[in-house]
Design a protein around this ligand. Structure first.
Ligand SMILES: [Zn+2]
Ligand SMILES: [Zn+2]
Length: 384
């Protein structure tokens, strides 16, 4: 329904006059007050309408139809290497970032690099088709890389995955998946009992751990190679976590390399050679040192734990150097430490980076989507 603003203004002019008794308003002033009055009346009417159950139900139904159950099927269909950042944070609590989680889609397959806390929730919010999950590639077994696994299993099972979930990673991956299986054994029995074996067969609750052995610092292992998709694991340096892996994913003529958690490491440079995208972890030592100093009087042990993290991560400047040495196209920081809640924090985090790498650097945020179409050098970027 079109509203005739002039008519409404005239209608309510009397009331506005009444409201401003004795005030000799100009014509312009009356119009301004009139418009404000109309806005207040409309807001009041809208508020009133929103209290009517039938209106509430209609709006809720519309929202459900528009969103619930919809997933981004183009990630499985478009011939491209798709990268969706579902968690760009770290173990430090961060309201804006989930823990380590990145989705890679290529050739109809869907792999997750790590599954930290909150991964399943972020995946749902980003409408990623979790029922089509092909497998999880774990870089190592720190909690911020594995804590989300049980919910990933549950959500993908409930959305159609009936085969055991393949989980690749360093030796030790079976210990992790056996532990989660034991902890969730009762839960999975309840689910099958409640919803039936046809919808939630016991097989969907299971893990299929796939240890990827790497004999020494210089060895690599091809985790999977089929239909133009190749996933390669390599070792990085995250001592005392040993081994810790990075992964390179090639799809047709496009590529992305993931550093995993590591100090600046020659293997990331070697396996990141000419990659279209390098996703590198980064911890800003100058910010972590300030944080440690700040909490030291109240939490001295926690301050020491923070300082200890300086020994096994890469600084933003070092990651930029690694990207340059590899000749990588776009560098995206993920597993960002500390949290960066505003532009000031991001500016401090990036201090010194532009001197090393003036362009093609990005701080990853949850919901960042990169599409790398095949037979092209394009990197299409959007924030979901
Ligand atoms: Zn770690
Ligand atoms: Zn980590």
């Amino acid at each position: 329904m079109a509203l005739d603003a002039g008519f409404i203004l005239k209608e309510y002019e009397f009331e506005f006059k009444f409201m401003f008794i004795g005030v000799g308003m100009t014509k312009r002033g009356k119009v301004v007050v009139g418009v404000l009055g109309v806005a207040v009346l409309l807001a009041g009417a809208l508020y009133g309408a929103l209290q009517v159950p039938a209106v509430q139900d209609a709006l809720f139904t519309r929202a459900v139809e528009a969103r619930a159950g919809h997933v981004r099927t183009e990630l499985l269909e478009d011939d491209a290497l798709h990268i969706v950042f579902c968690g760009t944070g770290s173990p430090l609590p961060d309201a804006e970032r989930g823990q380590a989680c990145i989705g890679v889609f290529a050739g109809g397959r869907f792999f997750l690099i790590d599954a930290g806390g909150g991964a399943a929730e972020k995946i749902a919010a980003l409408q990623m088709p979790i029922g089509a999950l092909s497998g999880v590639l774990l870089t190592h077994f720190h909690s911020d890389h594995i804590a989300g696994l049980p919910n990933i299993v549950l959500q993908s099972w409930a959305q159609g995955r009936h085969e055991p979930l393949k989980v690749y990673g360093p030796a030790g991956v079976k210990q992790v998946t056996d532990g989660f299986s034991a902890a969730y054994a009762l839960d999975s029995v309840y689910r099958t009992a409640h919803h039936g074996a046809e919808i939630m067969p016991p097989s969907g609750a299971r893990y299929a751990p796939e240890p990827v052995p790497l004999l020494n610092d210089f060895s690599e292992a091809v985790v999977l190679e089929e239909d133009g998709l190749k996933i390669t694991a390599f070792r990085v340096g995250h001592a005392p976590v040993d081994p810790a892996y990075g992964y390179r994913i090639d799809y047709k003529d496009r590529s992305v390399v993931f550093s995993g958690d590591t100090v600046k490491h020659p293997n990331v440079v070697r396996h990141g050679k000419d990659a279209d995208v390098m996703v590198h972890e980064a911890l800003a030592p100058h910010m972590v040192e300030t944080l440690a100093r700040g909490i030291e009087p109240r939490l001295p042990d926690t301050a020491q734990i923070l300082r200890d993290t300086l020994t096994y991560h890469t600084s933003p400047v070092e990651a930029a150097e690694a990207a340059n040495e590899a000749g990588a196209g776009l560098l995206v920081y993920s597993h960002v430490v500390p949290p960066l809640p505003n532009a000031l924090a991001r500016s401090i985090f990036l201090r010194g980076v532009s001197e090393v790498r003036p362009a093609n650097v990005k701080i990853g945020r949850d919901g960042l989507y990169l599409k790398l179409p095949v037979n092209s050098s394009d990197i299409q970027e959007s924030q979901w």
